[in-house]
Design a protein around this ligand. Sequence first.
Ligand code: NAG
Ligand code: NAG
Ligand code: NAG
Ligand code: NAG
Ligand code: NAG
Ligand code: NAG
Ligand code: NAG
Ligand code: NAG
Ligand code: NAG
Ligand code: NAG
Ligand code: NAG
Ligand code: NAG
Length: 478
Amino acid sequence: MLLIPILMFLRPCLISAQDIRLVNGTTPSQGRLEVFYDNTWGTVCDDYFDDKDAIVVCRMLRFSENLSKVAVRTEAAYGQGTDPIWLDDVHCDGYETSLFNCPASWRNHNCNHGEDVGVDCDLNQSVSITGNQPVIENSSLSLRCQLSACYSYQCTYSWTSSKAISGNTSQQSLTFENITRDWNTATIYCHVNVTSPSTVIVGSTTMDVQYGPSSATVSVSSPLTVTENTSFPTAITCSSPACNPLCNANWFNGSTKILNTTLFSTPISRYFAGSYICNVSNAVGIWTTQLDVIVNYGPSSATVSVSSPLTVTENTSPPTAITCSSPACSPLCNANWFNGSTKILNTTLFSTPISRYFAGSYICNVSNAVGFWTTQLDVIVNYGPSSAPVSVSSPLTVTENTSPPTAITCSSPACNPLCNANWFNGSTKVLNTTLFSTPISRYFAGSYICNVSNAVGFRITQLDVIVNCRRTEGQVFV
Ligand SMILES: *[C@@H]1O[C@H](CO)[C@@H](O)[C@H](O)[C@H]1NC(C)=O
Ligand SMILES: *[C@@H]1O[C@H](CO)[C@@H](O)[C@H](O)[C@H]1NC(C)=O
Ligand SMILES: *[C@@H]1O[C@H](CO)[C@@H](O)[C@H](O)[C@H]1NC(C)=O
Ligand SMILES: *[C@@H]1O[C@H](CO)[C@@H](O)[C@H](O)[C@H]1NC(C)=O
Ligand SMILES: *[C@@H]1O[C@H](CO)[C@@H](O)[C@H](O)[C@H]1NC(C)=O
Ligand SMILES: *[C@@H]1O[C@H](CO)[C@@H](O)[C@H](O)[C@H]1NC(C)=O
Ligand SMILES: *[C@@H]1O[C@H](CO)[C@@H](O)[C@H](O)[C@H]1NC(C)=O
Ligand SMILES: *[C@@H]1O[C@H](CO)[C@@H](O)[C@H](O)[C@H]1NC(C)=O
Ligand SMILES: *[C@@H]1O[C@H](CO)[C@@H](O)[C@H](O)[C@H]1NC(C)=O
Ligand SMILES: *[C@@H]1O[C@H](CO)[C@@H](O)[C@H](O)[C@H]1NC(C)=O
Ligand SMILES: *[C@@H]1O[C@H](CO)[C@@H](O)[C@H](O)[C@H]1NC(C)=O
Ligand SMILES: *[C@@H]1O[C@H](CO)[C@@H](O)[C@H](O)[C@H]1NC(C)=O
């Protein structure tokens, strides 16, 4: 009886983590509680043994002090030990650093080994792997493996993966000095070999190595040349290579984001021509690819600088240069004048002065590989008469009452507009292009004017008519 108080006094000095153990669990953090005393391992009775007692045991063994991870297992859950039964009625308040600081009945018990208590210090024990994940490629990643049981037991660590790991894989920490993107999503296993009992517990983590895009893929090559209003063979898309985290792929038109990974809907208008940017990015990086779009289209007009018909007077200048010009075209249009099928090698139709021979119809032809457009210009050149032809020469001498050799006519040369040709007898217009009807009387002698005119000008030719009197029978000329 005297021994007991002495022992209770002595034990705090003697008992240590090495003097208690958990036996026959499946991991080091659980098992039947045994106490080493007097060179002998003995058990503890489960009477009154609760979580507060268990937490002191776990604290001694340097396991987690998290009460929610600690459990008491009664009735020899981890099997029955052998004598002695060292402790009974343990009543810790939970804050003691040693089991022996707790009130208890040392050596004196009313138990059998069917009441041997067990403790689990780490419910659902697992390997934890911590590290600076996610990590950006080309930087350093350190992983550390930990099994709480290893605070009190000898553990060795080893790392494996489906990819070869360089360096020493038999350390608790694993460092990648320059982690490459091909490690992303790889699974790394940490094997913890605990010695008592000999068990290997495996934990794993999935690598999260972040990297930006290394390209921005456009579905067509640049420059892309298309013809207006025709369809594309395929959608023109901007897409992303593998990225972590996932990249966004966007088209930009200048600084305006196009809310579609497909650039165009068909048909394509000429206004879609330009440069577009396929922009692929995530938080780590960005990549852009430029797509130049050329939209070809033909002319929608052929512009002539004057309206048709153009009426000008010969030998005067046209009001302005008469040009054939092109609207916007892609590729650039050629604008040419045609005179019939002859191309005039100038966009300016005439050089002044304009001769009457320039009258006619001209075609302003505007074309490129896509199409053409024509506009017709009718040119009218007005000019007056250059003569007033009379069918006989002046003076005309005839004998009274005889016919003139031919009809005596006043006629017009070419004129534009047509000339009027008129005989005048003094200021009296003779309403006939033929001057006389035969026979000619003596009273027709005199001077006549052949007058040819139009709006542009006139010409006159004088015809002097001499009528010789004929001696008739019984008549005498004086
Ligand atoms: C204790 O363990 C529980 C269950 O694993 C966990 O939810 C809780 O966060 C832990 N508490 C502390 C303080 O570690
Ligand atoms: C270990 O525990 C099991 C029950 O969990 C028990 O059946 C077995 O006898 C125990 N062995 C020892 C050596 O204690
Ligand atoms: C242990 O695991 C079981 C089953 O998965 C679960 O129901 C229980 O809540 C876990 N306990 C702790 C403390 O994590
Ligand atoms: C990592 O290095 C590679 C090769 O030098 C390079 O292509 C890549 O852009 C780098 N990644 C980052 C996020 O800097
Ligand atoms: C790896 O590290 C462990 C722990 O530091 C050491 O015991 C072992 O000798 C090392 N192995 C090699 C191959 O360097
Ligand atoms: C990291 O690895 C990449 C790919 O092997 C290599 O191109 C780069 O030079 C390395 N960087 C450093 C700092 O070692
Ligand atoms: C654990 O390590 C010990 C000592 O290195 C070794 O003898 C034992 O075979 C290992 N156990 C397992 C399951 O690998
Ligand atoms: C994206 O473009 C496609 C093809 O042009 C079109 O059918 C679709 O409606 C567009 N989606 C949005 C959200 O604009
Ligand atoms: C791009 O911007 C220009 C100028 O604002 C516009 O004319 C064109 O239609 C735009 N293209 C697309 C595909 O939105
Ligand atoms: C394309 O369609 C627009 C609108 O219908 C039209 O104005 C344009 O001339 C067309 N372009 C071609 C080359 O057909
Ligand atoms: C084109 O016409 C203008 C005006 O008539 C003239 O000055 C120029 O020499 C002409 N050029 C050619 C190439 O014929
Ligand atoms: C014009 O003169 C011819 C010949 O003298 C004559 O036959 C004709 O009747 C005349 N016509 C008119 C409209 O006077």
